[in-house]
Ligand binder design. Sequence first.
Ligand code: PMP
Length: 451
Amino acid sequence: MTQNATQAQNDSAATVKALPASFYSDFLSNLAKERKPSPIRTLYPLEKTPGLVSLLAGKPNAKTFPFTSVSVNARSPTDADKETALTIKGDELSAALQYGDTAGLKGLVDWITGLQEFSHGRKRGEGWRVSIGSGSQDLIFKAVLALLNDGDSVLVESPVYAGVIPMFSSLHCEQVEVETDADGIRSSSLRSILEQWPAGKPKPKVLYTVPYGCNPTGMTATLERRKEVLKLAREHNFLILEDDPYYYLYYGTAHRPPSYFHLELEEPEVGRVLRFDSLSKILSAGIRIGFATGPEVLLNAIDAYTATSSLQTSSLTQMIVFKLLESWGYEDFKTHTLQVSQFYKEKRDVFERAMKQHLTGLAEWTPPEAGMFYWFKLLLDSSSASGADDSEAVIRTKAVEKGVLALPGTVFLPNGRKTAYVRASFSLADEEDVQKAVKRLRETVLEARGD
Ligand code: PMP
């Protein structure tokens, strides 16, 4: 935590000023503004009124459900030999098997709100809240729909997570690529894009970024870069979509930079950051739980999409996650995430050793400090070190023939440019397979160079 942010946090009761709800009407898409809240779901909270008889929703009667209890066992973060049995029964089972609130199961929403206080130094009741989604992907897509109109311009770090490109392209958005390097978004690139923005053309309303262990580049944005980006957001009036599924997978040696959601406490007003977290990399990807955190108005707009599409995220998965997190508490959660990040650090070290051993002089890279990706440039032409087209072809064909599958960097460029970079994920392969794979990459490059 930076000294200023700590100060801001300590003083927050007096100094945190949230942007007013009316501010967001310039940011919400036309469809989001037209979307009416669900007439049934908005009445759900009234069902909890003591003494009230509800004839409201078409909730099936749980007496007809065959489940009598749900049991899962989980490893303890503090004692690897200990298993905690989590049993869902009684009222909790009824809630887990029934329709629930659009924003998420109350217990889980409360726990996650506390987590955001614990991890990001924010206090509840200051204009932000959380909503649960079926993975963060689900919430990012809904946020994009809630914010962008057809044909809008959007700022994306480049290269960008391939999973958001179709969201923007399906809305015919102009994806304005902001340069990045090993320190994150190059604020000079962002500044010049904004300062040279054509007069009369509507300015971009949002910037999308993955600030920790970026997918695909592995970069983690530095504190300075984050501060500059936040300042530009204020000066040029855009929102930051902080997609941070690798936040808890930071294993760098430097002091951890704060999230944008935390850092905006240093701004005169808070409310420009819409943050997305995921439990996929730390609890389970298949359980499909992510959460969005940010200004109430934007979360309401996201919920309106959920109420239309899936009604809500699975109550059962939310209950399983809630029971686990509740049994842990925030300190054990932290212990667990530190263990997970240590696991990936060791994998990173194994990969780094293999890269140095086999690809020195044949590729260029910066080792990641978070997450699970290596981003490296193949030096296919020993004289010019260029060859973006060649790199893609080599990775797609020759490397596969040799028995190694990696992703050509081109898929992370939204406007069809080519790159000589390649993304390799080191999350799964063991040391023997890493050695095999990187050696095969070496043979592929040497063959392509004709060495
Ligand atoms: N954002 C990024 C940058 C990702 O890498 C991923 C997972 N590949 C997601 C979002 C989606 O994660 P989730 O499983 O939470 O939907």
